[in-house]
Structure formats: structure tokens, C-alpha cells
Design a protein around this ligand. Structure first.
Ligand code: CA
Length: 238
């Protein structure tokens, strides 16, 4: 089945393994995406500077400059299109490093093709209409425009900071958010002499109380030594 929203979305696939690259290209073309292939970082840069793309599908394991180097260089150049990172290295450090270097999402190899298509669809929507204003995880709902949040139908009384924190966690649902990311994106204080870790932990604790206390299903989880994640019981363990 084709998805009309995918038409005219141009994807640059950066993958050195010819067979894998070709399979991705064929699969995505069957989903009505327009695709171009780059087998090296240099080729990727050349194409990104020569043609407009809506999305980049970036393998981390590349000869020469690896995917993370390419990603950092892209962001330094001001190329801000969404990037979905493919990684065979399923470690938390790589995931966080990938997101810190400017990846919008990542997928661990091997992955199911429909999962890839779902992620790309989400990313291309995000890129197009900026940001969605209604967020949800299980029975937690957030209306960003109305500044309201509800759990199981009951209003949550959140401070501005807690609201911003919850919004950020929800926008990154299913992905680990590091304290560094929260300091940068929610507190917007990166140049501080002392890290915000304790402040962040206090706010998370308060937020968790309001969101999860008395609920059968906990949504805000701590990933020890790394950060936090909002996930529902139905989502696979990270
Ligand atoms: Ca590769």
C-alpha cells in the first residue's frame, strides 16, 4: 500500500554496504519515497550541497569518516534536515552520543522495515509542520497550545518548568533523554560552571510524583547513569 504523504519526500541514504543500500532504496521507493544513495561521507556531502533533501538515513558504520563525524559536520554547516541514524552498535552510549551530535532519531540494526518506514514518516511530518501540539503516552495527554496535561482524564497541576520538561520527554518518547540534553534544551543553560544535574533530578522527582504516583503504569523511567525516558508497557524494552 502506498502512502500519499510520502510522495515528494526525498531521502538521502548514506550506507557503504552496496547490497543493504540498494535494498533500502528499493524498499523506500516502493513506499513512494524518492531516494538517492551515497556510499561514503564525501559523497553524502556532495549530494547534500547539490540537491535538496527532506531526510537523511545515515548508517554509523562507514569507512573513513564515520556517521557521527558526518552528522556533526552537517550540523556545523547548518544543514538542519532530520537525520535518522542506523546503528549496529546497540549501546546506550552510542545512542546518547548520536542524539547529542544532532540525530533526530535512531534505529538499531537489524530492524524491521515497517519500523523504519514508521520512523521516517514521523520525522518527515515533524520536519514539515514543525511540531505537533497534542502529545500522548498511554493515558497521559498533553495539549501544548492549551498548556494542559492530563493523566487518566484528571488534570495535572504542573509548573511551567515541569510542563516544559514533560513536553520534552514526550516529544522524545521511547528515547533516552540525557541530563545534558535537558540542561541544553529545557533549561537552556549550557555555559554554567556547575552542572544542573541536581536541579534536574529534583524537577524530575516532582514531575514523576504528579504523573506516576498512584498509577498502575509508570511512564517516566530513570536509565541509571544516563538519563530518563518516557515509555509505555507496550513498548519493547530499550
Ligand atoms: Ca555500513
Amino acid at each position: 500500500m502506498s502512502h500519499p504523504e510520502a510522495s515528494h519526500v526525498r531521502i538521502l541514504i548514506v550506507e557503504d554496504e552496496v547490497k543493504v543500500a540498494r535494498a533500502l532504496k528499493e524498499g523506500l521507493q516502493a513506499e513512494q519515497y524518492e531516494c538517492a544513495l551515497a556510499h561514503t561521507g564525501e559523497e553524502a556531502f556532495f549530494l547534500l550541497n547539490a540537491e535538496p533533501f527532506d531526510l537523511v538515513l545515515l548508517d554509523l558504520m562507514l569507512p573513513g569518516r564515520d556517521g557521527l563525524e558526518i552528522l556533526s559536520a552537517m550540523r556545523r554547516q547548518g544543514l538542519d534536515l532530520p537525520v535518522l541514524v542506523l546503528t549496529a552498535r546497540d549501546t546506550v552510549e552510542d545512542r546518547v552520543r548520536g542524539l547529542d551530535s544532532g540525530a533526530d532519531d535512531y534505529l538499531t540494526k537489524p530492524f524491521a522495515f515497517p519500523e523504519l518506514v514508521a520512523r521516517l514518516r514521523a520525522l518527515s511530518r515533524r520536519g514539515r509542520s514543525d511540531q505537533t501540539l497534542k502529545l500522548a503516552a498511554a493515558d497521559l495527554e498533553m495539549d501544548v497550545a492549551a498548556r494542559t496535561a492530563r493523566r487518566d482524564g484528571a488534570d495535572l497541576d504542573l509548573t511551567q518548568r515541569e510542563f516544559a520538561l514533560l513536553e520534552y520527554l514526550l516529544r522524545n518518547q521511547g528515547r533516552i533523554v540525557s541530563r545534558e540534553m535537558l540542561a541544553r534544551d529545557v533549561w537552556q543553560e549550557t555555559g554554567r560552571a556547575t552542572p544542573l544535574d541536581n536541579v534536574i533530578d529534583v524537577h524530575i522527582a516532582r514531575l514523576r510524583k504528579k504523573v506516576d504516583q498512584g498509577q498502575g503504569q509508570k511512564l517516566i523511567h530513570t536509565v541509571r547513569g544516563v538519563g530518563f525516558i518516557i515509555k509505555t508497557n507496550t513498548e519493547a524494552e530499550a
